[in-house]
Design a protein around this ligand. Structure first.
Ligand SMILES: NC(=O)C1=CN([C@@H]2O[C@H](COP(=O)(O)OP(=O)(O)OC[C@H]3O[C@@H](n4cnc5c(N)ncnc54)[C@H](O)[C@@H]3O)[C@@H](O)[C@H]2O)C=CC1
Ligand SMILES: N[C@@H](CC=O)C(=O)O
Ligand code: NA
Length: 437
């Protein structure tokens, strides 16, 4: 068995960051050193660990610790594992590493979703690998299937739950009625939330992941700023109750689609927003911090990926998988897949993206009200799929689910309905996925 790299050395690893994920990577690298060496074809050695405050880490081997991540990157290492997060200074360090031929493994979706182009170009220039399986859906092998296993197919849709923190919160609101703030605190304590949890609840984290997924699925550079983003801070107890009354539940979904216009031209739609799903839908039963992602492809049909999307050990599993892959490439002299952006499809604005809405209204209980409301939908070119009406004293509740229509038309419809005299309150508005009730 080969026990060293092509230039006769062990694979020396710089670990940047040793928090929730990094500490698990350090543990597994140490505990499984023998097995990792056998799988990689050479010893994989932790050469240094950069943390912000070395004095706060008595549990780590002191001779490996440094606060100077830049110097560690420049030192005699083969691979940089980046588990700090954020854009700068990490972007600069990783560009330096890649240009110098040092492979990079990272879980940093915020960075990748804005700078994957230049990072990929730096990797090409330096002849290095850039792997990032942990950046989307934690432990779930998802990016490698998109980049490699499905490279011969034509993917049409990627849709799923990709943020553990918000799924944890929505699951608790749905099942126990637990409050938003206390559940978010719990998600942070369990290591699911980002350092700034507004990245989770406002949908930035999921939007970054959607950009990465859309880029890989559609061979197009999609950045986080191309992704329509809505978080869960606007999801109210009324929304949850309205969903329950209809046998639905609320999930924050990332939806990336290949949209084909009537003239045959293709574009990419990428969006993150809360969605009402029928309870029998497979994504509806995904609870806690678990993630699940559907992929639809022409030849493969429908595929579903499910598992732990956040937390130290699950995310470390994906990091270690990538580390073994880049170590193998060094030992055997090969390279992982390069960026594939040849399709270069345009990104479709959200307003032109076909969606379906659920609208719950309290209206005056008078003859003709339903017809008036239905007319407003028709005036905007929106076709109604289902209506439910329930009378309550002098009021009536109307629940309307639409067929697909451009999102801008649906938004304008809801705005017009909110201004009608017969409408007392727009109780809940949310997009829907899955079969009509
Ligand atoms: N926690 C999770 O469940 C997941 C996290 N990620 C990503 O993994 C990365 C790390 O996340 P966590 O481990 O949760 O973060 P964390 O906040 O627990 O750890 C960050 C680490 O970076 C170190 N650090 C910060 N600034 C530094 C600097 N200037 N120089 C040297 N070290 C510095 C800190 O000392 C700490 O050890 C982020 O990009 C995050 O988005 C990805 C998937 C899941
Ligand atoms: N904060 C993220 C961590 C994993 O990517 C999440 O909650 O999913
Ligand atoms: Na993953």
């Amino acid at each position: 068995m080969t026990l060293s790299t092509s230039d006769g050395r062990t694979v020396r690893v710089a670990l940047l960051g040793c928090g929730t994920v990094g500490s698990e990577v350090a543990r597994l690298l140490t505990e499984q050193a023998g097995e990792l060496a056998a799988r990689a074809g050479a010893p994989v050695e932790l050469a240094g660990i950069a943390v912000r405050r070395p004095d706060k880490h008595p549990e780590l081997p002191q001779h490996l610790l440094t606060a100077d991540a830049a110097a560690l990157v420049e030192s005699d290492v083969d691979v940089v594992v980046e588990l700090i997060g954020g854009i700068e200074p990490v972007r600069t360090w990783l560009l330096t590493a890649l240009r110098k031929g040092k492979s990079v493994v990272t879980a940093n979706k915020a960075l990748l979703s804005e700078h994957s182009g230049e990072l990929s170009e730096a990797a090409d220039a330096g002849g290095a690998d850039l792997y990032f399986e942990a950046s989307v859906a934690g432990a779930i092998p998802l990016l490698r299937p998109l980049r490699e296993s499905l490279a011969g197919d034509r993917i049409t849709k990627v849709m799923g739950i990709v943020n553990g923190t918000t799924n944890f919160i929505l699951s608790a609101m749905d099942s126990t009625g637990a409050g938003y703030a206390e559940t978010l605190d719990e998600a942070s304590r369990l290591g699911y939330a980002e350092a700034d949890p507004t990245a989770d609840v406002d949908g930035y984290d999921a939007a970054s992941k959607a950009a990465i997924l859309a880029s890989l699925a559609f061979h197009t550079r999609v950045t986080a700023s191309d992704v329509h983003r809505e978080g869960i801070s606007g999801v109210t107890a009324s929304d949850i109750a309205a969903a329950k009354a209809l046998g639905r539940t609320v999930k924050l979904l990332a939806i990336c689609e290949r949209v084909t216009a009537d003239d045959g031209t293709e574009s990419v739609s990428a969006r993150v927003h809360p969605v009402m799903l029928p309870r029998p839908h497979p994504l509806a039963s995904v609870g806690g911090a678990f993630n699940a992602v559907f992929v639809e492809a022409d030849a493969a049909g429908e595929l579903m990926f499910y598992g732990q999307g956040a937390g130290g050990a699950p995310t470390a599993s994906a990091v270690l998988g990538d580390l073994v892959a880049v170590a193998r490439n060094r030992v055997q002299g090969g390279h992982g897949p390069r960026e594939s952006a040849h399709a270069n499809l345009p990104v479709r604005p959200m307003g032109q993206t076909p969606t379906r809405y659920h609208v719950s209204l309290d209206v005056a209980d008078k003859p003709g009200v339903l017809a008036q409301v239905a007319q407003v939908f028709a005036d905007h070119g929106v076709s109604i799929a289902a209506v439910r009406q329930r009378d309550r004293l002098s009021m009536a509740s109307l629940v309307i689910v639409t067929h697909l229509a451009p999102d801008a038309a649906l938004e304008a419809t809801v705005e017009a309905i909110g201004k009608m005299d017969v409408v007392r309150e727009v109780v809940s508005v949310m997009r829907v996925e899955g079969e009509d009730t």
